[in-house]
Ligand binder design. Structure first.
Ligand SMILES: [Cu+2]
Length: 709
């Protein structure tokens, strides 16, 4: 017995080692502030283990992950493992599945690795992701990679602004069009006339559409692995596997390789049947594994161009002489607006209704393997048809139609079915993004039951793309590949299009489902997919309400001119608005004439709100009650009655003539003092300042500055 003891111990030791150590893969991540300078300005960013992006966490399928996440900052943070299937209490979303990670706190995440592929992680707190809190995850399959390659590289794409992200959101909330001006996508009549698109713009304004852009924000840089330009060494003839992760907060990218087509071998971490594409639109929060082959000696550019055409980041592969990827044509913003938001769609070539199939409920599309079922009676069906038919354009949509699962991805047939229609809605001018017309604070749950096959019909009624991401599940994207529909965790829903996804409800409790444009999610476009047959943990029940905040944002716009001052200070959330409006004139009058209005507005929708308040002038003080309504051609109208029974109607309109110059007019009629009007122009200097000149019917002409905050 004694004789065999050491051997026995050794055996036990080997067993324990392989069980306790070989399987368990540990990482330590420290989050702290870091000053970075990417475009000539020192910015206080947030870094993981001192770097942006954070580290690449590598695992093998079957490992057990143990990740310590230490918060060295003075604000709370969080980390979510994007695309990873794990117990919901490890998902990391503050107030949904976890409490926030407080300053100084270390949270240990532990979960088995049940999948393989390219994934990522990021903060789910506030707008921290915009400041650098993201990193990559690479999981090797048990049986090794399906597709061989000579090199394997992770490419993390992101967008970068020198501005404080909270200030970016406040600026968007204030209705400022500064970002359009900054990146040269400002809509104006002169520009429209030059492109022969005046009628388009008129029609759009008749339909009360606001000028819009593909992306809300003007970025200072686009980055690959934290740099504007990246170099990957490779020899001629080598096959390079690029694991692309779009960690941008508000930017879709077109990917194109100077050395020929790229081969998609995996999407959102799951292998697909390899397919070649020339130009690939990559949605926010997606991952794609691509194979590129270096054709000859040379440094071939793989360019990631921001969808709005405002910039790009370059990954050079190889060495020697640089060979550049072709330019992606910039979006035609004027035409795009009339083509209902689809720059990608060549609507002109299909303007005839005759070309559209009459029965949209069973539309058969070219090149598709099966009939696609569409939600009935929805005009969006047409749009979806066009989307897929235009996949070959110069500004292609996501390559979903080409993605085909390796094996069948069908859901168990025996399961009960549930269909949930989710309309993606928004008010661009007030920057409110919602689902079914409500932001998450008003309506937070999508209730499902364990064991169901759940189908989400995502109908985008806005003019922007929305990358919708579901935590904790992979869903089938119904794309015409029938039983071989690809499995994904994030899906693009293009403007005015419909996208259908389905998944088996085989998890429990609550999972976040949201638009992955960071600012859209923060503005309300999010829900919790909740398993109604499972009880929520007590500690989560307590903190859940903290998730739903309908934040208030301040903004002010006013003038200081030689003859008068006017303006409005606003404090508003999604449905309510408190405002102070003033007009004070001292020219052409015996003594200073002032008119101040304090009002509370309640919004019903983009077009209508009612208000009540008080009106104080140098002659009286009265209660007021009225409504504001947006008329065709985007004319603002106000109808109001005061406590003396006097009635007033006011119409206001502004026209942007050039990038920086606009005119505006305001006409007022009331039963007491009769009419009053003003006409003026302004020239934008900076984000906060314009030159302005106005003629006012009571105070005459004058000039000065307009300031905005
Ligand atoms: Cu969105």
């Amino acid at each position: 017995m004694k004789k065999y003891f050491p051997g026995f111990v050794a055996l036990i030791l080997i067993f324990c080692t392989s069980w306790a150590f070989a399987d368990e893969v540990e990482y330590e991540i420290n989050i702290d502030y870091k000053t970075v300078n990417l475009t000539g300005k020192n910015i206080k960013a947030m870094a993981l283990n001192g770097s942006i992006p954070g580290p690449t966490l590598r695992f093998r399928e079957g490992d057990f992950a143990k990740i310590s996440f230490h918060n060295a900052m003075d604000v709370a943070t969080s980390v979510h493992w994007h695309g990873i299937l794990l117990p919901y209490r490890q998902d990391g979303v503050p107030y949904v599945t976890n409490p926030p990670i407080e300053p100084g706190e270390t949270k240990i995440f532990q979960f088995p690795i049940k999948q393989s592929g390219t994934y990522w992680f990021h903060s789910h707190t506030g707008l921290q992701e915009q400041r650098g809190v993201y990193g990559s995850i690479v999981i090797t399959p048990k049986e090794g990679e399906r597709v061989s390659s000579d090199r394997d590289e992770v490419i993390v794409l992101s967008d970068w602004t020198n501005e404080d992200p909270d200030e970016v959101l406040r600026t968007l909330k204030s209705g400022s069009d500064y970002y359009s001006l900054k990146k040269g996508s400002m809509q104006n009549l002169l520009g429209a006339a030059k492109e022969g698109a005046l009628m388009d713009v008129l029609k759009r304004s008749l339909m009360r559409m606001p000028p819009m852009d593909i992306s809300d924000i003007a970025y200072d840089a686009f980055l690959a692995n934290g740099k504007i330009e990246t170099q990957i060494p490779a020899k001629a003839g080598e096959r390079v596997r690029l694991r692309f992760i779009n960690s941008a907060t508000a930017t879709y990218f077109y990917l194109q390789f100077a050395g020929g087509p790229v081969q998609i071998i995996s999407a959102d971490g799951i292998d697909v049947q390899p397919v070649n594409v020339d130009r690939l639109l990559m949605t926010i929060a997606e991952t794609y594994d691509l194979i590129v082959t270096v054709p000859e000696n040379g440094s071939y550019e793989l360019r990631a161009t921001a969808q709005d055409g405002s910039g790009h980041t370059s990954i050079f592969i190889g060495s020697g002489k640089r060979i550049f990827a072709p330019n992606v044509p910039k979006p035609d913003l004027y035409k795009m607006k009339m083509s209902m938001g689809h720059d990608e769609m060549k609507m002109k070539s299909m303007d005839s209704k005759k070309k559209m199939p009459m029965d949209h409920s069973k539309m058969e599309m070219k090149g598709m393997h099966s009939k696609m079922k569409m939600p009935k009676g929805n005009s969006m069906n047409k749009m979806m048809g066009m989307v897929s038919m235009n996949a070959g354009s110069e500004r292609p949509l996501s390559p979903y139609n080409k993605l085909r699962s390796i094996g069948k991805s069908t859901l168990p047939k025996k399961n009960p079915k549930r269909e949930v229609v989710l309309t993606l809605t928004g008010d661009m001018e007030r920057y409110i993004w919602s689902i079914n017309g409500e932001i998450i604070s008003a309506d937070n749950m999508i209730k499902i039951r364990h064991g169901e096959n759940v189908r989400f019909v995502l109908i985008n009624k806005t003019m922007m793309h929305h990358p919708m991401h579901l935590h904790g599940h992979f869903f089938r994207v119904i794309n015409g590949q029938g039983d071989y529909s690809p499995l994904k965790h994030t899906v693009d829903v293009p403007p005015l299009a419909t996208q259908i996804i389905e998944f088996e409800a085989n998890e429990y409790n609550g999972w976040f489902f949201h638009c992955h444009i960071l600012y859209h999610a923060k503005a309300g476009m999010a829900r919790i997919v909740s398993y109604e047959d499972k009880e929520l943990d007590m500690d989560l029940k307590k903190i859940r309400p903290k998730l739903y905040k309908d934040s208030w944002y301040p903004s002010i716009i006013g003038t200081a001119q030689s003859h008068m001052t006017d303006g409005v200070a606003v404090f508003s959330n999604s449905k309510n608005l408190l405002s102070t409006t003033w007009q004070v004139g001292w020219q052409n009058v015996d003594k200073t004439d002032y008119d101040v209005e304090l009002a509370y507005d309640r919004y019903f929708n983009r077009f209508l709100n009612v208000f009540t308040g008080i009106n104080i002038t140098n002659e009286y003080e009265r209660g007021i009650f009225g409504m504001r309504y947006l008329l065709p051609f985007n004319i603002d109208s106000v109808l109001r009655i005061d406590s003396e029974g006097e009635f007033r109607i006011e119409l206001a309109q502004g026209l942007q003539l050039s990038n920086r110059f606009g005119i505006f007019a305001d006409v007022e009629y009331d039963t007491e003092t009769k009419e009053e009007w003003l006409l003026g122009g302004k020239y934008t200097l900076t984000k906060n300042l314009s030159l302005t000149s106005q003629y006012h019917s009571d105070f005459g002409a004058g000039a000065g500055m307009e300031f905005r905050f």
